[in-house]
Design a protein around this ligand. Structure first.
Ligand code: SAH
Length: 490
C-alpha cells in the first residue's frame, strides 16, 4: 500500500524543500519498522522543479493477525480466513495512517529545525493514493476533502478491467491537489481521513485516540461540515468516545461560552458513558485506585499536585471524607479549565471552602504545600525532564512531607499492548520518559530511603502476566521512625 506526495518548485523555492518538510533526505531510501511491517520512504523524482516522496508500507499480514488476537474481534464465521486473505497488504487504509503518524510525526506537527520558516508556507501539492478503500464512494471522498481546500479526483477502480460488467470495486484512485495547503496539513488530513474512508479500523481504539484526534484535527476538524461522520468513523463507532470527542470539539469552538454549556456537555458525555457497557477507562480506574489508597490512609486534606484539568479534584469533592482539596498546576490554562469544570465561581459556600486551585511549580519548594495529609502526583513525574526530578522529590518528600504520597506513572512495558502505539513511542508527546516497573521501583525505593518513607506498589488496570499493568502506582507512607524524630524535634 502506498501514497505519494509531490510538489513543484522554482529556483527560489526548490521542490526538494519537500525533503526538509518531511524530515527525510531525498537522496536516500529509508526504511522504518512499525508494529505492522516496514515503512519505506523514497523519492522517485527529486529536482528543483519536481519532487515526489513515496511512502510505501510493506505489511506483515501474519503479525497483523497476531496483534489482533484477544481483543474481541470475533465476528462472522469466515473471519478467521478473512484475517489472512484480505486487502490489507495493498490497499491504503488505517495502517497507512499509522505509518504516516510514525514516520512523519515531526512533519505532521509542522516542525522543521533546519528551516523553521518552511512548514507554515503553503506550496503546490499533489497527493496520490492509487488504491483507497472508500466506504461511501467517490461522493464521500469529495465531501471529506473538498471543504479542506483540495481539488479532488476520485475515480472508482473497476473490480476487473476485463469484465467491466462486474462493476466497480470499493476502491478509488484518489488525487488531491492544492496550492493553498501546507505539507503538515496534508499529512494531518490524510492521517484522520484515510481510516475514516477505510472504516474498518484494524486496531483497538484506546481512550487516548480522542486526544489524538483532537490534536491532529486542530485547526480544521472543528469547522468541518462532516465533523460528526469523521469523528464517529475515526473512533470506529464507539459512541461514548465519539460523544466525548464531539463534546470536546464543541468546547474548542465555544472557547468562551458560559459554564452551563460546559456542564451540559460534561453531563451528556457522562450519561453516554454510563449508558454504554464498556470497560472502565484507564483514567477512571486510576482515580478509583487513588481514592481507595487515600481512604485507606485516612487522608482528609489532600493535595493534587499537577492536577491538570481537575478531574481528580472533581472526584474527591464528591466524597465528604475529603475535607480539603487543593489542586496545584504549573499551567494556567489547565487551571482555568479545572475551575470551569468545578464551577468554582458558582459553588455554594460550604463546597467552596473545601477546594482551592493555585498555580505553582513542583520544581521549587513551596510553603503552601505544607501540613497536608496526603499528596497525589497522578501522571505528573513523566512530564518533568529527568534532571528536574530531584527538585520535585525535594519539594514533595523533603519540604512538604505529607504522611502519604501517591505517585502514578505509565508502565512502559505495557506499551506493546496498546495497539495504536507505534513501536518505541511514548503514550503522550509531552512525556519526557516512561519507566519500566523496575526503573520506577528503583526510583521510588531510593526516594523512600532518602526521606524516611515506606513504599508499596499497586497495579492499576489489567495486570498483564508478561508486561504488568498499564499504570503503576507507588504508595509512600512516612515511616514511624521519622514521625517520632519529628515529634521530638517539635
Ligand atoms: N494529574 C492529572 C494531569 C496529568 S498531566 C491527571 O492525572 O490526569 C501532567 C500535569 O502536570 C499537567 O497538567 C502539567 O501542567 C503538570 N505539570 C508539569 N510539570 C509541572 C511542574 N513542574 N509543576 C506543576 N505542574 C506540572
Amino acid at each position: 500500500m502506498f501514497l505519494t506526495i509531490s510538489t513543484t518548485g522554482t529556483p527560489e523555492r526548490p521542490a526538494t524543500d519537500l525533503g526538509y518538510l518531511l524530515h527525510k533526505h531525498p537522496g536516500k531510501a529509508q526504511a522504518f519498522s512499525t508494529s505492522y511491517g516496514t515503512a519505506h520512504v523514497l523519492y522517485p523524482e527529486a529536482d528543483e522543479q519536481r519532487c515526489t516522496a513515496a511512502l510505501l508500507l510493506e505489511v506483515d499480514a501474519v503479525a497483523l493477525v497476531r496483534r489482533g488476537k484477544g481483543k474481541g474481534r470475533g465476528g462472522a464465521p469466515d473471519a478467521a480466513l478473512a484475517q489472512y486473505v484480505n486487502d490489507r497488504p495493498y490497499a491504503a487504509s488505517s495502517l497507512l495512517a499509522v505509518a504516516i503518524g510514525a514516520v512523519f510525526s515531526s512533519a505532521m506537527r509542522g516542525v522543521c529545525g533546519a528551516r523553521p520558516e518552511l512548514p507554515a508556507q503553503a506550496r503546490p501539492l499533489r497527493v496520490e493514493v492509487p488504491a483507497l478503500p472508500a466506504r461511501g464512494g467517490p461522493g464521500l471522498v469529495r465531501r471529506l476533502f473538498e471543504p479542506l481546500g483540495w481539488t479532488v479526483t476520485a475515480e472508482p477502480v473497476a473490480l476487473d478491467t476485463e469484465f467491466p460488467e462486474w462493476g466497480d470495486s470499493r476502491y478509488v484512485r484518489l488525487v488531491l491537489e492544492s496550492e493553498s495547503r501546507t505539507v503538515a496539513e496534508a499529512l494531518r488530513h490524510l492521517y484522520v481521513l484515510l481510516p475514516v474512508l477505510d472504516d474498518a479500523k484494524h486496531y483497538w481504539v484506546a481512550a487516548d485516540e480522542v486526544d489524538k484526534l483532537l490534536r491532529v484535527g486542530e485547526g480544521w476538524l472543528p469547522d468541518h461540515p462532516e465533523q460528526k461522520l469523521i469523528t464517529s468513523r475515526y473512533l470506529s463507532r464507539r459512541w461514548s468516545l465519539t460523544r466525548e470527542a464531539m463534546a470536546r470539539l464543541e468546547l474548542v469552538r465555544l472557547a468562551e461560552t458560559d459554564d452551563s454549556e460546559v456542564e451540559a456537555i460534561d453531563n451528556a458525555v457522562a450519561a453516554e458513558a454510563e449508558a454504554e457497557e464498556k470497560p472502565t477507562p484507564l483514567a477512571v480506574q486510576r482515580r478509583d485506585a487513588i481514592v481507595a489508597a487515600l481512604t485507606e490512609a485516612g487522608a482528609a486534606r489532600v493535595l493534587d499536585l499537577g492536577c491538570g484539568e481537575g478531574h481528580l479534584v472533581q472526584t474527591l469533592l464528591k466524597d465528604p471524607r475529603f475535607t480539603e482539596i487543593v489542586g496545584v498546576d504549573v499551567s494556567m490554562r489547565a487551571l482555568t479549565i479545572a475551575s470551569r469544570r468545578l464551577r468554582l465561581d458558582r459553588m455554594g459556600e460550604r463546597q467552596a471552602s473545601r477546594v482551592r486551585l493555585f498555580q505553582g511549580s513542583l520544581a521549587y519548594t513551596d510553603g503552601r504545600l505544607k501540613g497536608y495529609d496526603a499528596a497525589v502526583l497522578s501522571e505528573v513525574v513523566e512530564h518533568l525532564d529527568l534532571p528536574r526530578l530531584p527538585a520535585l522529590e525535594y519539594a514533595v518528600f523533603g519540604a512538604a512531607r505529607p504522611r502519604t504520597v501517591l505517585v502514578t506513572t505509565p508502565n512502559v512495558e505495557y506499551n506493546v499492548r496498546w495497539e495504536s502505539l507505534p513501536a518505541g513511542h511514548v503514550r503522550h508527546r509531552d512525556h519526557r520518559f516512561e519507566w519500566t516497573r523496575e526503573e520506577f521501583r528503583t526510583w521510588a525505593g531510593a526516594v523512600a530511603e532518602r526521606h524516611g518513607y515506606d513504599v508499596r506498589y499497586v497495579a492499576v488496570g489489567p495486570d498483564d502476566p508478561e508486561v504488568g499493568p498499564p499504570t503503576q502506582m507507588a504508595v509512600f507512607t512516612r515511616n514511624t521512625h521519622t514521625n517520632e524524630k519529628e515529634a521530638k524535634a517539635a
